[in-house]
Design a protein around this ligand. Structure first.
Ligand SMILES: Nc1ncnc2c1ncn2[C@@H]1O[C@H](COP(=O)(O)OP(=O)(O)OP(=O)(O)O)[C@@H](O)[C@H]1O
Length: 594
């Protein structure tokens, strides 16, 4: 577990060693102040119970404080005890505030860095990830790992130091009391956490699982709202959500009980011990000795009990964070072993010329059949190239390889003779892509066109030009605030066609050298599609255009069409040539005329 905790510092981007050392020193000071208060109570009890000032510890105290007057000694010792407790409390408040700030800063840094790492991961790995798990790791696991395990661990350390020092002081002051207190409190302090360990770990995993169930039942229903409505399955999603929430509530209730129990058991143990000790002491010793011993035991127990309770509670908190620590460790181990996108070297290579795909094969899974088989094609500069073929023939995969999103299992992609893998960042900066489904950011129209750029870096004129190219003039004119109009949650104000055109405007804003349209016009009506096709045809010659299309009307004027089947390019040519060459393509053309 310790190595897992140490791994958590990997995500923190400031030096933690010095601060951790300060946290340990602070914990030690808190414990010292705590026992000083307890130790100072001992002479006070001796004074009050009438012990002689002539000899023993009270004689030393009288010498130190410069008086042998009992009343004065009681007043001075009282002031020292009260000051020690006030000093300890003030220091503890300040120290805990500093400590929680330190742990909060760690969690914040870790959360930000983990999101950065997710966005920095290789695309194939990202495709395999479940969004719900990313969400759980960024929220629940983070809180469990840092707030519960690390902060709880620091509290546990403080409490353990206090307990140890307190027992040492009790042993020095009254070995008899120590001999009774250590086994009793030691046994209880060990037994309770040992018994609750497995239960708490189980509860921690249940809370994480419940969180995922709630996510799985709420997010799909909200995202696929229309399907949910038409299938009339809203109640079922709510029912599943209820199961997740109930599971979480039940687990949290159990967690509360397991956390509360030690305190109550400890109180019972304390009352029983003090009663038994009182009976034993008053029946076997003289009254003054019995009172002094009972006094030390009571003060020690009164301070020890909260320390032991607090230690057990902290241990429970640490254990409750186990699931988060383990989940984050899995991610951290993964991230340690990958090459990050941001770390790729780039020398701002300017790629010009034809794009050549040479002997490219690709497998998503080493054990599975290749999805692309030895493909060699050329995409001449500033020409329009289209990929067609049946569903699952590998068009989108090939496009992802050309975009540099997926590395080919075999073969290479070059532009002007330079492998794109030599400077992937520079290559990707020259690309624009319009996907099948366009994501609308929460924000206004221009922020959506400039996707992710800070407001101050957005070139309004370029936004307007990109929108005009994508035939979105009418939309802009109809919006009261033009390009600064908010598009609403998930672009709810946009039609399917407008979303797609927004995607085109977004790609054109970057003035790409190579524009990829992956089923980009599939959601458009015939008239809009025709207009967009004209727009794209208008761009022909200005940039290289790669299109993946099912609707053949959009690719009629493409310079080269590659026909794909089962991961291979089986024919190529112009629209007319391919109609002659490939019966399946011819059939698609015929169907399109219907
Ligand atoms: N992430 C993935 N993991 C494993 N297999 C995948 C993955 N993505 C796609 N495939 C498989 O690869 C093959 C090619 O898929 P691809 O999406 O490239 O085809 P496509 O021609 O673009 O299909 P469509 O026209 O339906 O979009 C299919 O058999 C598909 O099941």
């Amino acid at each position: 577990m310790l190595s897992n905790i140490r791994n958590l510092f990997y995500l923190v981007d400031f030096p933690v060693k010095t601060k951790l050392a300060l946290a340990v020193i602070g914990a030690f000071i808190v414990s010292l102040l705590e026992i000083f208060g307890v130790a100072a109570t001992y002479p006070l009890i001796l004074l009050v119970s009438g012990q002689s000032i002539e000899s023993g510890p009270l004689a030393t105290l009288a010498q130190l404080l410069g008086t042998t007057d009992r009343q004065r000694l009681i007043a001075l010792t009282g002031i020292i005890v009260v000051s020690a407790f006030i000093g300890k409390s003030l220091f503890t408040i300040g120290f805990r505030w500093w400590q929680s700030g330190f742990v909060n800063k760690m969690e914040l840094s870790a959360r930000v860095n983990l999101l950065g790492l997710y966005l920095d991961s290789p695309y194939p790995d990202h495709k395999k990830r479940e969004l719900s798990k990313i969400h759980t790791n960024l929220v629940t696991s983070m809180a469990q790992a840092y707030r519960m395990s690390i902060f709880g661990g620091l509290s546990l350390l403080t409490n353990l130091m206090t307990i140890t020092l307190m027992l040492i002081i009790v042993f020095i002051l009254s070995p008899q009391v120590a001999i009774i207190a250590v086994p009793i409190f030691g046994a209880v302090g060990y037994a309770i956490p040992a018994l609750s360990k497995r239960q708490l770990e189980k509860i921690s995993h249940q809370i994480t699982k419940a969180d995922q169930i709630s996510w799985f039942s709420s997010m799909p229903a909200l995202s696929a709202f229309r399907e949910m409505r038409l299938f009339s399955v809203g109640d079922q999603f709510v029912e599943k959500y209820k199961r997740g929430v109930e599971m979480s509530a039940k687990a949290q209730r159990q967690q509360g009980l397991v956390n509360e129990l030690p305190k109550n058991i400890m109180e019972i143990v304390f009352i029983v011990s003090i009663a038994s000790l009182a009976v034993f002491m008053f029946s076997t010793r003289d009254q003054a000795e019995a009172i002094a011993t009972m006094g030390v035991f009571s003060v020690a127990a009164v301070r020890l009990m909260p320390a032991i309770n607090s230690a057990m509670a902290s241990l429970n908190v640490v254990r409750s964070g186990t699931a988060g620590v383990l989940l984050l460790n899995r991610e951290i181990e993964y991230f340690k072993g990958i090459s990050r996108y941001s770390a790729l070297p780039s020398s701002n290579t300017v790629f010009t010329g034809d794009v050549d795909v040479q002997g490219v094969s690709f497998q998503y899974d080493p054990a599975a059949e290749p999805v692309l088989k030895n493909i060699s094609i050329s995409i001449p500069a500033n020409k329009t190239v289209a990929f067609v073929g049946s569903s699952g023939s590998g068009k989108s995969t090939l496009v992802d390889i050309i975009l540099g999103m997926l590395p080919p299992t075999q073969g290479s992609v070059t532009c002007g003779g330079i492998p794109i893998s030599a400077d992937l960042k520079a290559w990707q900066q020259q690309l624009g892509v319009v996907p099948q489904s366009v994501y609308v950011l929460p924000g206004n129209l221009k922020e959506n066109v400039a996707f992710g750029l800070p407001e101050t870096d957005i070139d309004d004129a370029q936004v307007i030009s990109a929108l005009a190219h994508a035939e979105l003039n009418e939309l802009v004119d109809s919006l009261p605030n033009g390009i600064t109009e908010d598009l609403g949650q998930d672009g709810g104000r946009l039609s399917g066609g407008q979303r797609q055109r927004l995607g085109i405007a977004r790609a054109l804003y970057r003035t790409p050298k190579l524009l990829v349209l992956d089923e980009a016009t599939s959601a458009l009506d015939n008239k809009t599609e025709h207009k967009i096709t004209q727009t794209i045809e208008g761009l022909a010659g200005e940039m290289t255009i790669v299109m993946v299309a099912h609707r053949l009307s959009t690719i009629k004027k493409a310079d080269i069409i590659y026909y794909m089947k089962n991961g291979e390019v089986v024919n190529q040519g112009s629209f007319e040539e391919l109609s002659e060459l490939n019966p399946e393509f011819k059939e698609l053309v015929e169907l399109g005329k219907l």
